[in-house]
Design a protein around this ligand. Structure first.
Ligand SMILES: *Cc1c(COP(=O)(O)O)cnc(C)c1O
Length: 453
């Protein structure tokens, strides 16, 4: 019988994260202070983030970073995650390609986000912080952070986009089950929230309003830090546990990926799976292809502009050098909430510029078709975000069939979709549609980009 699932012993779980910034030939451009336009130093980030996270963010020299003992201990509750050969999906596609997926949906929180929530809370705890705050859209990050905060004895306050809290109440219930305080944003608990509600009492909220409120709370509360679940380089660093495990597991399967694929919101699950494999492309000239799958309605990788832009909608963050649709870009209300973000993060943006990887855009209906095929063959209902990676994998597997070439494809299943069943309900009822965005619309939002490159 052919082996389907590859799992590591606890003793084989990696004890260091991989920092691709150290190996990049062209380093990412530095983030800038928006007022002075000077490159940011780690100390500039200390008021907002845990100090160790701030240092990791700007670290372009250390290739390997030790995972703290206490974090390794928590990782062992749910890691390693399985690497699975998708035999049934291969059969359904009648493809000569070998398809593997790394299953990050198996932890109780349901997505990869907990891999970074744990170290972020640990570093806060270690420096004497008592409270953490964050924003969340659909709620995967908020749920992971609420759990991690409780594990390390911190109080968590989560601002969830109000409309998403109302439409998808289950994840906010998860957060409260773990002991977090959850507020719909805009709320009356911050100056920023009050200002927004004064102008528009029925404002539905956005990631922009929620980030503003969370940062304000962190800045005005003693011993409180802000945390972020995507986009930033230290978040991708923590996620490399995914790819480092996968590397060992592919060796167990006696195979090696020709293509590595993940969905792309701000880049943390993509970087987490891809960067450890990409180091062999950078250092040893391996020919592996890297594909980041974004929604066609939010196409920063394939149609964005490389520029210095804000990370949030209201312009509170440092200026980040990245492919962007403009920080005011309003993505269509697709179900893959975790992929509705305007920018690409600094590392991935440089890697695209250098031709080491590429983006591909997937229409919403194609992502759901892929999700159904995957559910019906492999028995797992994927998160709407992860379905974009599955759709990109299916495209490549069918291309292999046409061209008669037997490639090995590895993709990341970043989460399961069991709390997103209303999305599936709407798809099955024929109520979902594709959204496109014109070049003119994108250009309009890009007019507000602060520094063009
Ligand atoms: C948040 C999320 C994403 C998108 O974020 P990245 O930082 O791009 O990985 C993708 N999949 C799932 C399941 C998520 O929760």
């Amino acid at each position: 019988m052919k082996q389907k699932k590859f799992i590591l012993q606890e003793s084989e779980i990696p004890q260091q994260w991989y920092n691709i910034q150290a190996d990049m030939v062209n380093k990412p451009l530095p983030p800038l202070n928006p007022a002075t336009k000077e490159p940011l130093k780690a100390e500039d980030l200390f008021p907002i983030f845990a100090e160790e996270c701030a240092r990791q963010e700007l670290d372009t020299t250390h290739q390997w970073i030790d995972i703290p003992e206490e974090v390794q201990e928590k990782y062992r509750y749910y890691r390693s995650t399985p690497l699975v050969r998708a035999y049934e999906l291969e059969r359904a596609l009648d493809t000569p390609a070998h398809i593997y997926f790394k299953n990050e949906s198996t932890n109780p929180l349901g997505s990869h986000k907990v891999n970074s929530a744990l170290p972020q809370c640990y570093y806060c705890k270690q420096q004497g912080v008592t409270n953490v705050t964050t924003e969340t859209g659909a709620g995967q990050w908020g749920a992971a952070l609420s759990y991690a905060a409780k594990v390390f004895g911190l109080e968590a306050a989560v601002y969830q986009v109000k409309i998403s809290l109302q439409q998808k109440p289950y994840r906010s219930i998860m957060m409260r089950t773990f002991g977090a305080v959850v507020e719909g944003s805009p709320s009356m608990s911050t100056r920023a929230g009050k200002d927004i509600l004064t102008v528009d009492p029925t404002h539905p909220g956005s990631l922009g309003t929620a980030i503003s409120e969370a940062i304000e709370l962190a800045m005005t509360t003693p011993n409180c830090k802000y945390t972020l679940g995507s986009v930033l380089s230290h978040v991708s660093l923590h996620q490399t546990i995914i790819g480092l495990e996968a590397e060992k597991q592919m060796a167990l399967a006696d195979d090696y990926p020709d293509m590595v694929i993940a969905c792309f919101g701000g880049g943390s699950n993509f970087g987490g799976l891809a960067f450890p494999f990409m180091r062999h492309k950078i250092l040893e000239g391996k020919k592996t292809e890297f594909i980041a799958a974004e929604p066609a309605s939010c196409p920063k990788l394939t149609r964005g502009m490389f520029a210095y832009d804000f990370g949030d909608a209201s312009g509170y963050t440092p200026l980040l050098p990245m492919y962007t649709l403009g920080h005011g870009f309003k993505p269509a209300n697709i179900h893959a909430g975790g992929l509705r973000y305007h920018g690409a993060g600094t590392i991935v943006s440089q890697l695209i510029k250098d031709g080491l990887m590429r983006g591909v855009d997937i229409p919403q209906l194609e992502s759901f078709e892929a999700a159904l095929l995957f559910a019906r063959t492999e028995g797992i209902i994927p998160a709407p975000e992860s379905s974009h990676a599955i759709a990109a994998t299916i495209r490549e597997a069918l291309r292999c069939k046409e061209e008669g070439c037997g490639k090995t494809i590895l993709f990341n299943l970043s989460g399961h979709g069991l709390i997103d069943m209303t999305a599936y309900e709407q798809y099955l009822a024929g109520d979902l549609r594709n959204y496109s965005v014109t070049d003119e619309e994108i250009a309009t939002f890009q007019q507000d980009v602060p520094v063009r490159l």
